[in-house]
Design a protein around this ligand. Structure first.
Ligand code: GPV
Length: 837
């Protein structure tokens, strides 16, 4: 009976001796326990990596306690939950972030110290979890941190790729890709839940059956794969709440390849089982260009199916009526990648729960929200013939959704076939496709842009037609980044300085408080300490650069950084051309003028998609230019060029705090938001940037005088592109700025070697060839002016420091806490649910 149950619970609790303790002695005991029994090394001899493993397990135990309490509390209070669906999460390392959010960093450092280890060194042992490509994936990670910190009852869902984003190695200046088998050394941050599994089905046929006198579709699948849950606790800062990121791995089901078993081909059937596992094996490394590959579609459906079964099971445990679904469940689509969810929920409600189409549709339209991350119109598409074989029932459902949508449209706008064709979810033509963005927009109650500028473009260009239909759906949720990782974890010196001068650590939960730094703007002591923090970070970065590339750099130089995925629209080429121009100028200077030059270290880093030839050539050009300049004894410390290989989250944590200047060069109207700019801003690094994406809003916060702005504005870009095409035919030398032409000629003529290889790269900016779509030619002059302004500002270190302080002071709006609160209140309609202590 109940009494018996309680007595048992009480005995267990007393045996457990309460919660785990966080004083340094208890932590040491736990670390040693894990060295001996988890890592299975001797307590008397273990190295830094083993210390990391043992500490990680010690922290994990504490995470699990809170994670349990949080979920028991959610279960008891049954709040509306948010399910954040994303195929990519760039979590990076977990140790430092976890001990900071748990509030046990000092105790852990002391515990390690007494065991003869140093926290920083131990933390460096951890490899990155890189289950994503770039900004979109890191945004998901920042948002999970904010969701936990702000106590929202949220779950993240994703895929547990066995190979994350490839490791970039550079051989002879060329990028090579190596697999990232990040699980090789075990992963203490995940909890394998062998009992949380679901069957995911593929292929097969659809049949019609009679049920209770009504016709009903049933899908007879041809292949079954099992999804296993791996849970990753996400601790909030300054709260006990620890939410869950649930990642799915594929494993063969006992039902996999029954055919082969039955025909007696035992060996082949066992061998074939491995096919199941390949579904979640590897992350697609093509940032923003997914072109109809079957395996990718399988990944998407595998993810969608497992997540929704899990979500629906939880809903049904707490509720009996599907009318309650919109009050209890918010499903968020992180870009179009998970938007098959829409068809899957319809299938579950219609085919499995027998709700009837109209009722199901009504519910579906109330539970989905969607964020798009791109400025381009030509979004993700799924070829109909792929769907037809892999997910035949879903294809039918998509057709039916589209049929109803088209009928409704005809009533609203009449038989305007060109407009109907634009809006249609199904793209007709030689190759029929499903347009995932159209699907997501039609079915979501909210469509979010990631900056004001982005939303504007969505309304007026990208999704103009849809905006005309559903103006109320379109909202702006300017991106943000978490100050926990991007200041507290990565820049402890700045963290201490900010807290000292603000007199509080409250800014770690409330970034708006950073504006209080303005009160000390002219305080000489503050300036001195500010410069000292930057100097220490530059030293750390300089050591790393020397270790990675052998280049020695001067700490007096301006550290100028551009780190992000390599893309033509991000214009790393403009940066490199600027460097070549600077080199030319230096070569032509007399000794006197040279003494007045501000020395520079130009740092570039980023990965190119393995199939993106032009991006790979940009990487090679960077190395070729670096080799020439760095070995020119005439130049010395005045100019150094460094490519940082294998840029990832943990490299970013090292590079960003050490930067003086950072570059964000996208042609205006191309970067949906950009989030790197926010991370640099928070670290007191000045921006040299175009008026694109979120930079426009950064300017609203810090003023145009507080950064180096250049280039065509959005409204000018369109005009220039047209002008560019109208005088296409003749190469008009007079219209090509002299400096630009010279730099281009040097690359083309083989001044940096590899003449043939760079030819097609040059052609992208040449007329009659690529026609300079991204307008490097016309922005070059303005770019050089901004660079000159940066040099000039750097000479006046007092002024520079003021600008740096004002950057951090104006960065509060770019905390992902602000973004998440906005989503929670105006899109998801969820409330905080704070687990009591
Ligand atoms: I679409 N983004 C990305 O990293 N990968 C993608 O496939 C797509 C978008 C980025 C955008 O390019 C950035 O401007 C934006 O800041 C980021 O997503 C987060 O919204």
């Amino acid at each position: 009976g109940l009494g018996e149950h309680r007595a048992k619970a009480e005995r267990m609790y007393s045996l457990m001796d309460g919660f785990l303790k966080n004083d340094p002695i208890s932590l040491q005991k736990d670390i040693l326990h894990h060295v001996e029994y988890t890592v299975a090394r001797s307590r008397f001899s273990f190295d830094d990596f083993e210390a990391y493993q043992a500490l990680a397990h010690t922290v994990r135990d504490r995470l699990i306690e809170r994670w349990h309490d949080t979920h028991i509390y959610f279960k008891r209070t049954k709040p509306k939950r948010l399910y954040f669906l994303s195929l990519e999460f760039l979590m990076g390392r977990s140790l430092s972030n976890s001990v900071i959010n748990l509030g046990i960093e000092d105790q852990c450092a002391e515990a390690l110290n007494q065991l003869g280890f140093e926290f920083e060194v131990v933390a460096e042992q951890e490899g990155d979890a890189a289950l994503g490509n770039g900004g979109l994936a890191r945004l998901s990670a920042c948002q999970m941190d904010s969701l936990a910190t702000l106590d929202y009852p949220a779950w993240g869902y994703g895929l547990r790729y066995e190979y994350g984003l490839f490791r970039q190695i550079i051989v002879d200046g060329f990028q090579h890709e190596k697999p990232d088998y990040w699980l090789n050394f075990g992963n203490p941050w995940e909890i394998e839940r062998i009992h949380v599994t679901y069957e995911v089905k593929f292929y097969g046929t659809v049949e019609e059956v009679e049920m209770n006198g009504e016709k009903q579709k049933v899908w007879i699948p041809g292949e079954t794969v099992e999804a296993v849950a791996y849970d990753n606790p996400i601790p909030g800062y300054g709260t006990r709440n620890t939410i869950n990121l649930r990642l799915w791995a594929a494993k063969p089901s006992s039902k996999f390849d029954l055919e082969a078993y039955n025909t007696g081909d035992y060996i082949n059937s066992v061998v074939n089982r491995q096919k199941a596992e390949t579904i979640s094996n590897v992350l697609y490394p093509d940032d923003r260009s997914h072109q109809g590959k079957e395996l990718r579609l399988k990944q998407q459906y595998f993810f969608v199916s497992a997540s929704l079964q899990d979500i629906m099971r939880r809903f049904k445990e707490e509720h009996t009526n599907f009318d309650e679904l919109p009050e209890k469940v918010a499903l968020h689509l992180n870009d179009t990648h998970p938007s098959l969810s829409i068809a899957e929920v319809m299938r579950m409600l219609v085919d499995e729960e027998h709700l009837g189409w109209h009722k199901a549709w009504d519910i579906v339209c109330k539970i989905f929200s969607f964020t798009t991350h791109t400025m381009v119109t030509d979004g993700e598409k799924i070829p109909v013939d792929l769907l037809e074989s892999l997910l035949p029932r879903h294809l039918e459902i998509l057709y039916e959704i589209n049929f109803n949508f088209m009928e409704e449209l005809k009533k609203r706008i009449g038989l305007d076939y060109s407009r109907l064709a634009l809006l249609s979810i199904v793209e007709e033509g030689a190759m029929k496709n499903i347009r995932m963005a159209n699907l997501a927009i039609v079915c979501s109650h909210t469509v979010n842009g990631v900056s004001k500028l982005h939303l504007e473009k969505l309304k007026t260009k990208t999704f103009k037609e849809f905006y005309g239909l559903y103006p109320e759906k379109f909202q702006c949720k300017t991106n943000g980044v978490t100050q926990r990782r991007w200041i507290v974890v990565s820049n402890p010196g700045l963290r201490d300085l900010i807290s000292k001068w603000l007199g509080t650590e409250a800014w770690i939960r409330d970034a708006d408080l950073l504006s209080g730094l303005r009160d000390h703007l002219d305080n000489a002591d503050f300036h001195l300490e500010w410069k000292m923090v930057k100097k220490v970070n530059k030293m750390r970065l300089a050591e790393y650069i020397e270790a990675m590339s052998g280049v020695k750099v001067s700490l007096d130089a301006m550290f100028d950084v551009q780190v992000k995925r390599i893309h033509e629209y991000k214009r790393q080429l403009l940066n490199i051309f600027g460097i070549i121009h600077r080199y030319n100028c230096l070569k032509n200077m007399d000794k006197d003028s040279r003494r007045k030059v501000v020395p520079r270290v130009c740092i570039i880093g980023g990965k190119a998609a393995p199939g993106y030839e032009i991006a790979k050539k940009i990487i090679k050009l960077c190395h070729a230019v670096a080799e020439k300049i760095n070995n020119d004894t005439d130049i010395g410390d005045l100019l150094k060029v460094v490519f940082i290989p294998d840029y990832n989250v943990s490299v970013a944590e090292l590079v960003i705090p050490g930067a003086d200047l950072s570059q964000h060069l996208s042609t205006a109207g191309n970067e949906a938001s950009g989030t790197g700019n926010m991370k640099f801003l928070m670290n007191g690094c000045l921006l040299l940037a175009t008026a694109d994406g979120s930079t426009v809003e950064i300017i609203e916060e810090i003023g145009e005088d507080n950064l180096f702005l250049f280039g065509a504005k959005v409204h000018e870009v369109e005009k220039r592109r047209q002008k560019r095409l109208s005088n296409l035919a003749p190469l008009q030398p007079a219209k090509i700025p002299l400096h630009f032409a010279r730099v281009l000629r040097m690359v083309r003529d083989g001044y940096f070697g590899h003449k043939d290889y760079f030819k097609s790269l040059c052609e992208t900016v040449e007329f009659g060839f690529g026609n300079d779509y991204y307008l490097l030619t016309s922005d070059f002059g303005s770019y050089l002016e901004a660079q000159a302004a940066a040099d000039k500002a750097f000479v006046n270190q007092d002024k520079w420091t003021r600008m740096s302080i004002l950057s951090v002071a104006g960065s509060g709006r770019f905390s992902s806490d602000r973004t998440i609160q906005d989503y929670a209140e105006s899109t998801w309609k969820i409330n905080p649910c704070r687990c009591p202590l």
